[in-house]
Design a protein around this ligand. Structure first.
Ligand code: HEC
Ligand code: HEC
Ligand SMILES: [Ca+2]
Ligand SMILES: [Ca+2]
Ligand SMILES: [Ca+2]
Length: 480
């Protein structure tokens, strides 16, 4: 039996044209808002090309996301290289002669970190309904939370759908992605089309999904700058939160509060599309566990729901499968990947686009600048002026983008503002421009046009721009 998840089905009784009508009504209501332009950003700020402070690299080739922070010591560069090798190489089925890299699965989504974060870049949904998703995965849960605030796992399938498995072990399901086009027009009459994803799940190996299943499709983000994001002082992030919209600008911004397995308490969430991971260590160990099937001291149990007998009975690759020192190398590697410098930051059109990025209110969520904390495990990343263009907070982005899955404090329509640094190089590194949490946007314009909820006013101002201004704003994004 096929289970289908589509974003159209969230509008009960409404077919596509009815949904378009909804969009139109909102647009009319908002088109009265004007913006007063000031010219604060029409000049380059000193040093603004250094997106990652001292951890910036001037690189614009396909390896632009893969370089270490330039100021690592000789010894640290060695650790980075070891971490890099464990990030790139495939894990193998246990038992194997290469005991340091065995323990893959029994079920998994990718054989290595790099399988999804190829060249440390951005994953994407499959090009055809026949292709098995790789850089796109599905986190799942059922309605409710456990004592730690975590989403409740689906009883037969766990917290994620593993589409791949070792020989003799059933993969949990097959999945296929297709799209329905949803046409729209800019204020100047130019037509565009947005694609609405539709997900089909079939060959479910352990029975139908629980009736209350919530499914969140997510693509693999690019890797640069994770250590710098980890070192943004919590106080600076919380200062940007406005949960009740006290300043009345229509934008709230809430921190996610998530379970930290090492600290054994709730901490500010920073990583992932809903900020459901508190730090790089847990993000990396969680990826080993859920994505590759590799246990660690942080997540020591094989990722096998109890009803999956072949999975439960399969040989493991050691206790744990990834040793603590290797986990630490991959953590260090992830923390110290440099951020590429801006390109064309002094170009007049780019600066005009930057002005628009300010005037349209994009900066209210894509917060331009922070100073990292003076204390950090990698001292070279401390006290840096960085320009990540994120507030690391959750925002309600409207029904159109909603996955309907709660994730700790994040509701079904809330997403973490993604960092925009490096985003202009995704095309060079990863060979595509498929943006947003599930890769549904095919370019920058579509990514902006999908913004709704708290970003509806910003989106609408963008839709009303003339073609030249739209182009300038996109030139700015390309320069990040
Ligand atoms: C099957 C594909 C896949 C594999 C394999 C994988 N990842 Fe990921 N990675 C993702 C997805 C999807 C996300 C977003 C997860 C979320 O939103 O919760 C992600 C998120 C991340 C993030 C957070 C990025 C951010 O912007 O917050 C880091 C860091 C990361 N992965 C590192 C790793 C490491 C290290 C490995 C190997 C141990 C790995 N990943 C393996 C798909 C993958
Ligand atoms: C209310 C907060 C908010 C505002 C205002 C906002 N954004 Fe976003 N932006 C987000 C969030 C949250 C996402 C992720 C949504 C998703 O993936 O479903 C996002 C995603 C994006 C992406 C895709 C990023 C990626 O990694 O795939 C781009 C590009 C972007 N925004 C640009 C803009 C521009 C340009 C503006 C102004 C016209 C703007 N945003 C206004 C919150 C905001
Ligand atoms: Ca394993
Ligand atoms: Ca599973
Ligand atoms: Ca506000």
């Amino acid at each position: 039996m096929i289970q289908r998840i589509s974003f159209l089905s969230k509008y009960p009784g409404r077919t596509l044209p009815g949904m378009l009508f909804l969009f139109l009504v909102t647009q009319l209501a908002l088109s009265g808002c004007g913006s007063t332009l000031d010219s604060e950003f029409l000049q380059a700020e000193p040093g603004e090309e250094f997106s990652g402070g001292d951890a910036t690299v001037f690189a614009d080739t396909s390896s632009a996301f893969s370089l270490p922070a330039p100021n690592l010591t000789f010894e640290q560069n060695g650790e980075f290289k070891v971490g890099n090798s464990f990030f790139e190489q495939d894990w193998v089925v246990a038992p194997a002669s290469t005991t340091v890299r065995d323990g893959l699965g029994p079920t998994f989504n990718g054989r290595s970190c790099a399988a999804c974060h190829n060249k440390d870049g951005r994953g994407k949904p499959p090009d055809t309904p026949e292709e098995i998703p790789l850089g796109l995965l599905f986190q799942i849960s059922i309605t409710g939370k456990d004592a730690a605030g975590s989403p409740l796992v689906e009883p037969n399938y766990g917290g994620q759908i593993q589409l791949r498995s070792n020989p003799g072990i059933p993969a949990e399901a097959e999945a296929s992605v297709s799209y329905v086009e949803m046409p729209g027009t800019y204020g100047d009459g130019t037509a565009y089309s947005l694609r609405v994803p539709v997900y089909d799940f079939f060959n479910l190996a352990f029975g139908d999904f629980h009736p209350d299943i919530e499914i969140s499709p997510r693509v693999a983000p690019q890797m640069p700058g994770m250590g710098l994001l980890e070192d943004i002082p919590e106080s600076q992030i919380l200062a940007l939160a406005d949960p009740d919209d006290a300043d009345g600008d229509g934008i709230s911004g809430r921190p996610n509060q998530v379970w930290d397995f090492l600290a054994v308490e709730t901490r500010l969430g920073r990583f992932g599309w809903k900020a459901n991971q508190p730090n790089v260590r847990q993000q990396v160990a969680g990826a080993f566990h859920a994505d590759i099937g590799i246990t660690s001291t942080l997540f020591p149990e094989q990722n096998c729901p109890s009803g999956q007998s072949e999975c439960v009975g399969a040989p493991h690759g050691g206790i744990p499968e990834v040793e603590d020192d290797i986990l630490a190398f991959v953590e260090f590697y992830t923390q110290t990947l440099a951020v590429p410098a801006r390109r064309d930051w002094e170009d007049q059109n780019v600066l005009a686009g930057k002005q628009l990025f300010n005037d349209l209110g994009c900066v209210r969520c894509h917060h331009p600048q922070f100073t990292t904390d003076a204390n950090y495990v990698v001292s070279q990343l401390a006290s840096q002026t960085i320009r990540p263009y994120t507030d690391l907070l959750l925002h309600d982005m409207g029904e159109g983008l909603a996955d309907g899955r709660t994730d700790f404090e994040a509701s079904g329509s809330e997403w973490r503002t993604p960092p925009l640094w490096g985003i202009g190089l995704i095309e060079t590194v990863s060979g595509h421009t498929e943006f947003l949490h599930d890769g549904r946007a095919r370019n920058f314009a579509e990514a902006i046009l999908w913004h709704g909820g708290e970003a509806e006013v910003s989106k609408e101002k963008f839709r009303q721009l003339n073609a030249g201004d739209r182009e300038d704003l996109i030139r700015f994004l390309e320069s990040l």
